[in-house]
Design a protein around this ligand. Structure first.
Ligand code: HC1
Ligand code: SF4
Length: 564
């Protein structure tokens, strides 16, 4: 242990701890624009400077504590330096906060307020770059402060390397190679760069206006689906904690916003399990194209298409729940409700930016018309003046509104695997898992790669779960060089899974992943039904329309193919 003094208070921390973390341990927040718990210390912005024994300013985010140090975190010298840094950043910044999607969540704005910046002493040249608004992510280099968090997230964590610094000095900016748009780059739209960007330089491409237009068009029948992960995070936008379950309030808010029907992506997550579970059983029986990889994460699909096309035969052909919902709404629901398919407008609320890309894939025939992130939905609720926390809970509409605990856990890494196993077990043995035996705890938790094996009918099924594309790549290399062999593998591109997706509320809570995931499993535990094959509305739809999982009709409308 190392003993040091921070602001006159003696502190003991482990060797190797940074000064910034040591200060946080005693409740002192030091500002920083370039550091993040997911990333290696970088020391680029220098806003985190503190004063040491000798009166020197050191960057606290990457300076380890030393025995006997005497640190001042908010001395006059420190505050003057931080103000100077901020004023220099702001002197070239395009500070049109009124029109900025990051406003109220922008770290630059927050620190400018907290550090009392009321007079920028330097009238610098403003950054003047082209804003790239094509595709699901808007890149506005004029708002960029070159902290490098997006680059490091993309390289260090996701190991994609789609973006990097270009040019030098005042002309430096972040871009895909050769100034290409992200659509023409290696980007897989995981949105993790957006999640960590401290300013409005990277934001999702909003689709709110399109949704309002449909809601105000009397000819349109507008239905909305809500992804599993939205219900454990939307509350954060209204002062609740990560992991607080707000399903009923979210449904009530969507009804107040004027959607004709409020349905659930969890309905189609149960449907996905019926199709993908059947596919798994068939592949296990034939011993073909194993391991089977899950297919619901569109960033994972893009990663396979771009970097591992040889794995395409191993990817489940089941469409993602978002796209299954779109297809079911267009084909089954319109017939049942007597609505002309061209009058139907399908909106998704997703924790994910990549879902905006997925809906535009040509093979999905515009089944989904607009995708809003959880953040975009919160803005609509705020704009409508709805007091979210006071809403009376309401229920989803029928017939695409019922779901089970198995669908709920799709939101957490390992959840799709666990949900599929609950149903595959029943399909393979003809027996039901009872009570808490449905819980496959080996695939739960935030570890990057989880491996396990389960016995079904005397056969061992080896399984693996990867979250974060960097971890998925490690797992694929293990499989490719023969170090590991599995029958079934789940991959989610975002560390933690969809609960921690790029479209979820921005948060500074260092434990946001764990808290949101706890909410997911609590929701499952409280569900009266916990297996997808127990979903009555899904069963009824098979009886009335698709006949059985993997039928010809199901193949046509619920499965897909991939680009190689
Ligand atoms: Fe996901 Fe999925 S779990 S991919 O994370 O399979 O986005 O929540 O909606 O489609 O159901 C996301 C979440 C989501 C799909 C489902
Ligand atoms: Fe990289 Fe993901 Fe951002 Fe694309 S969306 S630039 S892959 S971090």
């Amino acid at each position: 242990m190392v003993t040091l003094t921070i602001n006159g208070k003696q502190v003991q921390v482990e060797k190797g701890t940074t000064i910034k973390k040591a200060a946080e341990n005693i409740g002192i927040e030091i500002p920083g624009l370039c550091d993040d718990n997911d990333l290696q210390p970088f020391g680029a912005c220098r806003l985190c400077v503190v004063e040491d024994n000798r009166g020197n300013l050191v960057a606290s985010c990457h300076t380890p504590v030393r025995e006997g140090m005497n640190i001042k975190t908010h001395s006059k010298k420190v505050i003057d330096a931080r103000r100077l840094i901020l004023e220099l950043l702001l002197s070239s910044h395009n500070a049109d906060c009124f029109e900025c999607d990051k406003s109220l969540h922008c770290k630059l704005q927050k620190y400018a307020y907290e550090l009392n910046i009321n007079n920028i002493r330097f009238d610098g040249e403003k950054r003047d770059f082209h804003v790239n608004a094509v595709g699901p992510i808007i890149q506005d280099p004029n708002k960029c402060i070159l902290c490098g968090k997006c680059v490091r997230m993309c390289h260090e964590v996701q190991t994609i390397g789609a973006i990097d610094f270009a040019d030098r000095g005042f002309d430096a900016y972040i871009s895909a190679p050769y100034e290409k748009s992200l659509l023409d780059s290696d980007c897989i739209f995981c949105g993790q760069c957006v999640r960590v960007c401290p300013t409005g330089a990277l934001v999702e491409n909003p689709e709110i206006d399109k949704v309002y237009e449909a809601l105000n068009n009397p000819k349109k029948h507008v239905v909305v689906q809500t992804a599993p992960a939205t219900r454990i995070a939307l509350g954060e936008e209204f002062g609740l904690k990560p992991g607080d379950i707000v399903t009923g309030k979210m449904v009530a808010a969507l009804k107040q916003l004027g959607f004709d029907k409020v349905f659930d992506t969890q309905f189609s997550a149960d449907l996905t399990i019926m199709e993908e579970g059947t596919e798994l059983v068939k592949r296990l029986e034939k011993g073909e194209n194993l391991p089977l990889f899950t297919s619901c994460c569109p960033s994972w699909i893009l990663a396979v298409e771009k970097f591992y096309p040889e794995l395409i035969p191993n990817i489940s052909t089941a469409r993602s729940p978002q796209q299954m919902f779109g297809s079911v709404a267009k084909h089954y629901y319109t017939k049942k409700a007597g609505i002309a398919p061209e009058d139907l407008f399908v909106v998704s609320i997703m924790p994910c930016i990549s879902k905006k890309f997925e809906r535009t894939r040509p093979e999905f025939d515009d089944d989904v018309d607009a995708v809003l992130t959880t953040r975009e939905l919160s803005r609509m609720i705020k704009e409508a003046g709805i007091d979210f926390t006071k809403l009376e809970e309401e229920k989803y509409d029928s017939p695409l509104g019922e779901s089970t605990g198995a669908a709920t856990i799709f939101a957490a890494t390992g959840g799709v695997m666990e949900a599929a196993l609950r149903t595959a077990y029943s399909l393979l043995t003809g027996e039901e898992l009872k009570g808490d035996a449905v819980e496959f705890t080996a695939v739960r938790g935030l570890e990057g790669i989880k491996e396990s094996a389960i016995e079904i009918n005397g056969k061992t099924v080896k399984i693996a779960v990867a979250n974060g594309i960097g971890n998925a790549k490690k797992l694929i290399e293990k499989i490719k060089n023969g170090e590991a062999k599995y029958e079934f593998v789940e991959v989610m591109a975002c560390p933690g899974g969809c609960a921690c997706g790029g479209g979820q509320p921005y948060t500074d809570d260092p434990d946001f992943r764990q808290k949101r995931i706890e909410g997911v499993y609590e929701n499952d535990k409280n569900s009266p039904k916990r297996k997808s094959h127990e979903n009555e509305e899904v069963k009824k739809m098979y009886e009335e329309y698709y006949e059985k999982p993997y039928s010809e009709k199901a193949h046509h409308e619920l499965h897909t193919h991939y680009a190689s």
